[in-house]
Design a protein around this ligand. Structure first.
Ligand code: FES
Ligand code: FES
Length: 79
């Protein structure tokens, strides 16, 4: 498994809307973090779909090492 790039060692706070789906960039190469812009093409990475259950601010992982999928689980603090 290749190592993803690390756009930042901190989460990205995003105000999500209930019922809307978001594609989190898992490879770290997207220019529109924290979301996929197609830059993963040709690599073994693919974006992770996140569907918001309610409208609120969520913290998408920016270090790309979270074990909680698209969302920050504080792993960045140990990097
Ligand atoms: Fe990173 Fe698509 S650009 S997963
Ligand atoms: Fe990746 Fe927090 S930013 S775990």
């Amino acid at each position: 498994m290749a190592t993803p790039e690390m756009p930042q060692k901190a989460p990205y706070p995003v105000a999500v809307e209930a019922g809307k789906s978001y594609w989190w960039c898992a490879c770290g190469k997207s220019a529109s973090q924290p979301f996929c812009d197609g830059s993963h093409k040709g690599s073994e990475f693919a974006p992770t779909k996140y569907t918001a259950e309610e409208s609120k601010t969520v913290y998408f992982c920016g270090c790309k090492q979270s074990k909680n999928g698209a969302l920050c689980d504080a792993t960045h603090r140990n990097l």
